[in-house]
Design a protein around this ligand. Structure first.
Ligand code: PLP
Length: 398
C-alpha cells in the first residue's frame, strides 16, 4: 500500500489516541535502519521507544522466532512451558529477583507489581498498609491503576475517580518522601531514570536513602525498569548503578525486542504474597513471547551489547557535550548509557526533531525543550558521529 492510502484508512478507522502521526509508514527494518513504503531509508535513534534493542530484523532473533512460530505459539499457562521456565531462570540468574511472572506489557507488569505489594501486606494481616508512593512526572503505564501511579495530571484528569491510595512526591527530594510516608505505606515505586517526562535520573544518595527507609518501615521498593532494563543504561538493570536491590522490579519493552512481553520480578519473600489463584493472564509468558525474551538475553550476551550500550553511551554523551559548547544550543545533557536527553536552551525541541526527520533520523521530543535519544544498543561510534554531524547542522541553522 502507498502511504496516502494507509493514512486514509487510519483516518477512517483507527481511534485517534496518538494525534497526528509522523507521516511515514515503515515496511522493513534492518539493523538501525528502517525503510518506508515509499522506499526511503531512515536511521532509528528511538528504537520504537526503547524497544528494539537488538535493532531491526536481527538475523538470529528472526531465525529463533520463525522456528518458534512454526512450532508452537500458545498453549495457556495451565501447562508447563519450556521457554517460560528458561526465561524466568535467565532473569533470576542475572538479577536480584528470585521469582518471575510474565505479563504482556509494561503497564501490566506494573499492575502486577502493585497487586503484589498490596497482597504481601494483606497476607501479613496489615490490611490498611495499601498505599503506594510514586514520583511526580513518573510514567508507569496507561491502565487505570498505572495511570493513578503515574505522577502526571494530564494522563489522569478524564479518568477520575482513579484507583485510590497513590500519592506523588518530587524526584530526589528525600524530605518530601519522608513527609509522605505513613504507617499505611505499602510500597514506594519509581523509575531510576524517568524516561517519558524528559530523561531525569534519580541520584544515588536519594535511592540509597530510600532503600534504607523501606527496610526500616517494612515498605516494598518497586523499581520500574520497563524502559531502563535490559541493558539500556549500560548495565543489564539500572538498579545496578545505585548499589541497591529492589524488592520488586518490572521489565517490558526491550525484553521482547518488539514482541509484546512484560515481567514482574520479585525477591522470594515478596513473591510469596501471590498464591495460586491470586493473579493470572491468558497470553503472558506464552511460548512465542518467552522465545523472544530468551533470544534477547542470548544475543545481548553474545554481542556484548550491554557493554556496548555503556561505551557508546559515554561516547554519545561526550559528543553531545561537545555540541553543547560548540553551538550554545544545548543547556544540559542527561541520562545513562543509551538513554539520553539533551535539554535545549530554547523551546525548539519539536523543530529540531522535525529537522532531524527531514534528514531521515528518527528521534523524540519531550515537551518543548528536550530532545530524546534512545538508539538500538547495536549502535557504533560511526553511527553516532554521523548523527552528531546532522544534529550540529540542525542546531546551527535553527
Ligand atoms: C517506565 C515505564 N513504565 C511503564 C511503561 C508502560 O509500558 P507499556 O506501554 O508497555 O504498557 C512505560 C512506557 O513507556 C515506561 O516508560
Amino acid at each position: 500500500m502507498k502511504l496516502n492510502e494507509i493514512i486514509a484508512l487510519d483516518d477512517a478507522y483507527y481511534m485517534n489516541t496518538f494525534g497526528k502521526r509522523t507521516p511515514v509508514a515503515f515496511k522493513k527494518g534492518e539493523g538501525i535502519h528502517l525503510y518506508t513504503t515509499e522506499g526511503e531509508k531512515y536511521t532509528d535513534f528511538m528504537a520504537g521507544i526503547a524497544v528494539t534493542a537488538l535493532g531491526h530484523s536481527h538475523p538470529d532473533f528472526v531465525k529463533r522466532l520463525t522456528e518458534q512460530v512454526g512450532e508452537l505459539l500458545h498453549t495457556s499457562s495451565l501447562y508447563y512451558i519450556e521457554n517460560q521456565a528458561k526465561l524466568a531462570e535467565k532473569i533470576v540468574k542475572n538479577s536480584c529477583a528470585d521469582r518471575v511472572f510474565f505479563a504482556n506489557s509494561g503497564a501490566e507488569a506494573n499492575e502486577g507489581a502493585i497487586k503484589l505489594a498490596k497482597i504481601y501486606h494483606y497476607k501479613k494481616g496489615n490490611t490498611n498498609k495499601n498505599e503506594i508512593i510514586t514520583l511526580v512526572n513518573s510514567f508507569h503505564g496507561r491502565t487505570l491503576t498505572t495511570v493513578a501511579a503515574t505522577g502526571q495530571e494530564k494522563y489522569q484528569k478524564p479518568y477520575k475517580p482513579l484507583t485510590p491510595g497513590f500519592s506523588h512526591v518530587e524526584i530526589n527530594d528525600l524530605d518530601a518522601l519522608l513527609n509522605a510516608v505513613t504507617e499505611n505505606t505499602a510500597a514506594i515505586m519509581l523509575e531510576l531514570v524517568q524516561g517519558e517526562s524528559g530523561v531525569h535520573p534519580t541520584t544515588v544518595e536519594y535511592v540509597k536513602a530510600l532503600r534504607k527507609l523501606c527496610d526500616e518501615k517494612d515498605i516494598l521498593l518497586i523499581v520500574d525498569e520497563v524502559q531502563t532494563g535490559m541493558g539500556r543504561t549500560g548495565k543489564l538493570f539500572a538498579y545496578e548503578h545505585y548499589g541497591i536491590e529492589p524488592d520488586i522490579f518490572t521489565l517490558a519493552k526491550a525484553l521482547g525486542n518488539g514482541v509484546p512481553i512484560g515481567a514482574l520480578c520479585a525477591k522470594q519473600f515478596a513473591a510469596d504474597g501471590f498464591e495460586p489463584g491470586d493473579h493470572g493472564t491468558t497470553f503472558g509468558g506464552n511460548p512465542l513471547a518467552t522465545c523472544a525474551g530468551n533470544a534477547v538475553f542470548d544475543i545481548l550476551e553474545q554481542e556484548n551489547l550491554v557493554e556496548n550500550a555503556k561505551n557508546m553511551g559515554e561516547y554519545f554523551k561526550k559528543k553531545l557535550e561537545e555540541l553543547k559548547s560548540e553551538t550554545g544550543k544545548i543547556k544540559e545533557v542527561r541520562g545513562m548509557g543509551l538513554m539520553l536527553g539533551a535539554e535545549l536552551s530554547e523551546p525548539i525541541a519539536k523543530d529540531i526533531q522535525a529537522k532531524l526527520f527531514a534528514h531521515k533520523y528518527l528521534t523524540g521530543a519531550v515537551g518543548t525543550t528536550v530532545l530524546r535519544l534512545l538508539p538500538p544498543l547495536i549502535i557504533t561510534e560511526k553511527d553516532i558521529d554521523e548523527f552528531i554531524n546532522v544534529l550540529k547542522e540542525c542546531l546551527i541553522n535553527e
